[in-house]
Design a binder for this molecule. Structure first.
Ligand code: PGA
Length: 269
């Protein structure tokens, strides 16, 4: 079974004090997390160490929001994958639409970063998703297909199953507008079909999570879709009550609706 991943993308919000306070409330409201789901928070670089210290004995994982594609060197202001691993991070967000739009990250650069993350055993969460105009012009499948193929190009099966895809329709990010559960499922199944062409049945082991105004009010419907394996949550992850409530919704769904091939079954093929 693919484990749900519930991930908070804090973006450029919250310094150390905010991080400490928010995580204290989350830990207090949710002292234990089911083994059937993964929970991740991605604070800013300067708040990572406080988050890692605070979550040391908890089940909540910590990730970063970006890396540089090089292992090290003269790149003033940048952060490497190995620095993050040494700090205690286990995941990194890559190719978020805000980075693609404001920092000109294209598919080729995102792919280089992905390879660097994998080399350093940092699990990449790679964001893909179409702009509003692209959906209006009915080009959303084409756009997401190109991003997905570029992400997974040349990866082995062992590498591919480390990658999490986050489908984030750009028109739904921070807008309060969410993809309908049907739109999300349609795109997630489409992404999985592209992965199946490259990796066969192994595509069933790759997690595809949804992002774009996920909140407690819509999480149940979105997470009930068979190909939606979790959420990448921006705004609602900055509020302990909302984030905890999405975690609880995911926990409540793990036993009921998720009857999915496990990687163990796949390896036997
Ligand atoms: P949002 O952000 O939940 O605030 O829409 C999601 C994201 O950008 O990852």
């Amino acid at each position: 079974m693919r484990k749900f991943l519930i991930a908070g993308n804090w973006k450029m919000n919250g310094g150390e004090q905010f991080t400490f306070d928010l995580l204290s409330v989350i830990k207090n409201q949710k002292p234990a997390i089911s083994e059937d789901i993964d929970v991740l928070v991605c604070p800013s670089f300067v708040s990572l160490s406080i988050a890692i210290d605070q979550l040391h004995k908890s089940d909540v994982l910590v990730g970063a929001q970006n890396i540089h594609e090089a292992e090290k060197g003269a790149y003033t202001g940048e952060i490497s994958a190995s620095m993050l691993v040494e700090a205690g991070c286990s995941y990194v967000l890559l190719g978020h639409s805000e980075r693609r739009a404001y920092y000109h990250e294209d598919d080729a650069l995102v792919h280089k970063k992905l390879q660097t993350a994998l080399r350093n055993e940092l699990a990449p969460v790679v964001c893909v998703g179409e702009l509003l105009d692209e959906r209006k012009e009915n080009r959303h499948f084409e756009v997401v297909k190109a991003q997905t193929l570029a992400t997974f190009e040349g990866l082995t099966y062992e590498q591919a199953v480390q990658v999490v895809v986050a489908y984030e329709p750009v028109w739904a990010i921070g807008t309060g507008e969410t993809a309908s559960p049907e739109q999300a499922q349609e795109m997630h199944a489409f992404i999985r079909s592209i992965l199946a062409e490259q990796f066969g049945d192994a595509a069933n082991a790759i997690r595809i999570i949804y992002g774009g105004s996920m909140k407690p009010a819509n999480a149940q419907e979105l997470l009930s879709q068979p190909d939606v394996d979790g959420g990448l949550i921006g705004g609602a992850s900055l509020d302990a009550k909302s984030f905890v409530s999405i975690i609880e919704i995911a926990e409540s769904l793990t036993n009921s609706v998720r009857e999915i091939d496990s990687p163990t079954t796949l390896e036997e093929d």
